[in-house]
Structure formats: C-alpha cells, structure tokens
Design a protein around this ligand. Sequence first.
Ligand code: CAA
Length: 379
Amino acid sequence: MNFELTEEQKLIKRTAKEFANNELAPGAVERDQTKQWPKEAVEKMADLGFMGMMVNPKWDGGGMDTISYAIAMEEVARADDSASVIMSVNNSLVCYLLQKYSSEFIKENYLKDLASGKKLGAFSLSEPQSGSDASNMLTIARKEENCYVLNGTKNWVTNGLNSDYVIVFAVTEQGIGHRGISCFIVDKKNKGFDVGKPEDKLGIRSSDTTELYFDNVKVPKENLIGKEGEGFKIALSTLDGGRIGIASQAIGIAQASLEKSVSYSKERVQFNKPISANQAIQNKLANMAIEIESARLLIYKAAWLKDMNQNFGVAASMAKVYASEVAMRASTECVQIHGGYGYIAETGVERLMRDAKITQIYEGTSEIQRLVIARDLLK
Ligand code: CAA
C-alpha cells in the first residue's frame, strides 16, 4: 500500500491550488451574494484541462485518473463550491457517461467539445415527483421514424441554464418500470426545449439550477445512448462515479473550514490570549482534522477502486455520506469559532455552511447512500 501521491497527482494538486487561491477565492463571496455564474473561472478550468479530466486524450480529455480528479475537485471546492459543482457535473455525470456508454458518433460530435470545455453539459434525471425514487419518471420519448419526440418536465438540473447539451432520461416503454427508461443527449437549441428560471438556493448560489421543459422536442435517433431500456442502469452507474466528485467537493468545503478556523483562532485575542490557546477550540480543530483525513482516505479508496476497474459503488456511497457529514460539521464549527464574524457574509464563513448542506442532498441523499450500503450488507 502506498499513500504517496504520484508526481503527476502532486502537479495537479499544485496547479489546482494555485488556480483556486489566485483566481477563484478572491471573487467567491461576491459571486455568491450576487448569484453571478463564474464564466471566466469555467473558461480557465477548461484551459487547465479540468472539464474532462478522466476522458481519453483521443476524445480531447485529460486522460487522468479518478484520484487526480478528486484532488482537483477538492482544491476548486476549497475556494469556490459553486465552480466545483459545475466542474463535477461536466466531468463525472456527462463526460464519464459519454465515454463509457455512447457511440463513436456521439463521442466525435459531442464528447470532444464537452471534454475540452468548449461546450458545457448537464445531467437531467430528476422530476418534480421523482427524486430519490428516480425511476418513477413521467418524461416520455416517443419513437418516430428517424427520431424520438420528448415531452415532460425535469428539475434540479445543475448547469440547466448555462449548458449547451443535456443528458436526458425518458421513458421509451411504459408499464415496465426502470426497464422502460432510455438515455439521450439533447442539444438545447432543439425546437420545443425551454429552461425555467434559476432556483433561488440556500447555497452554491453562483451555480445555476433550473427546470427543463420538453414540448415535442425531436431528438435524432443517433442521440440515443446505449440501447433502449438501458437508461436507468446507465444513470445509476454514472451516479456511482458522480458521488466521488461530490464527496471531494464536500471535503474541499471541510478543508476550507479547517484552514479558516486555524488562522482565525490564532489571530483572535480574548481574555489576553489567542482563542487557539483554549482546549475547547483545540478540540474542535483536532476533531475537524481527524474527520477530514478519514473522509479523504475513503474518497481515495473509492477513486482507486474505480481506476482499478473494481466495484466501487458502495465505496463511493460511503465516501459521499461521510464526507458530506464531515463538511456539515466542520463548516458549522468554523462558524462557531468565528462567533459573530462567522455569521456575516463578508468573511466567507457562513457560505461554507450553506454550501455544505447540498452535498448531503444531491446525487443521492445521505439516506439513499445508507440504503445502498445496507442493501449490499444484507444481500
Ligand atoms: N449501477 C448499475 N445498475 C444498478 C446500480 C448501479 N449502481 N444499482 C442498481 N442497479 C440496477 C439493479 O441491478 C436493477 O437491475 P435489474 O432490475 O435488472 O436487477 C436496477 O438497476 C434497479 O435497481 P433497484 O431495484 O435497486 O432500483 P431502485 O428503484 O430500488 O433504486 C436507488 C435504487 C439506489 C434508490 C436509486 O434509485 C438511487 O440511487 N436514487 C437516487 C437518485 C439520485 O442519486 N439522484 C440524483 C440526481 S442527479 C443530481 O443530483 C444532479 C445534479 O445536477 C448534481
């Protein structure tokens, strides 16, 4: 067993950290307050090769491993969690899915532009009535001679507004449950496609989340991914990888919380000594450090299993559920250590707590991750 990062992984960490510190962190509080989408940051992430990190260079990706992706995600999330979810969706829900399941035609015409960051992708599974129970969807894809005609409403779509292409799951055969679901890539320019207004969210406020409406949207038959009826399994296996990304995002928030807590507690003087001299504060810092390191190891283990082509779904669920709970605890303690200063926007501390919450909800709630883990234990 080797806990040392490779030279390439160390380089990715340095590059991501430098970018995050110099270009993401400075405007993050303001972007959060004004809900400004980080256009320049996304362009820079594309230049750095961060938008299609795990895609084979043949398809204009970075050809990197999942551990490198987790490292870069953590650094980006440490500075700006909104930027990290934009990156995460494009990498692990869109590019990964296309590389693994799509045809040469789709790889040539869509994946290349998505992996190089020329275009941005979104992943659209949930609907107003189907969140955790993802197969209970109503969006229909009716087959015609040369195309499928999509009708329905999707929601909670990250990048719904700013993306170019959307991976969409829809029912091609009714009455047979998840076996009737298929997966498509849809160009948002298609007639009949519309985007709802961005949601007003608690956190990750400078990323966009929208509803999507399909009103007789004609999707060419070449845009079917995999075979008809394989959509649900494609969605779930893709989410297994997505959960490594969200866990890394969570740990970035937790790491930022720890770093801010260490530096503030050394500066803040009360009763003639820095508050870090108090054991009450030291215990909080030590607990954060223990939990962050444990979560990071769970993430690296899940990423390593994925890179070794072994089953990684349960490991990814463990990493996500634990890392997101660590993020919530660490960011809450960070606010506590900062006292009143932690409760106001300009210090950028309360934002961490608001951003952490979503990591317990999207790409499968903590309850769903525990269900996946328990089902495996009991099978
Ligand atoms: N990979 C591949 N196939 C899988 C799988 C996996 N990880 N897990 C299950 N399957 C297969 C099963 O083997 C089964 O196949 P058969 O019928 O042929 O045996 C089929 O899929 C259905 O499995 P289940 O009966 O277990 O399905 P279920 O309806 O009970 O649901 C679930 C399982 C784990 C609860 C699943 O629905 C789930 O993960 N729900 C959460 C959905 C989710 O994460 N949504 C996030 C939305 S994306 C997002 O957040 C977007 C964003 O923008 C950030």
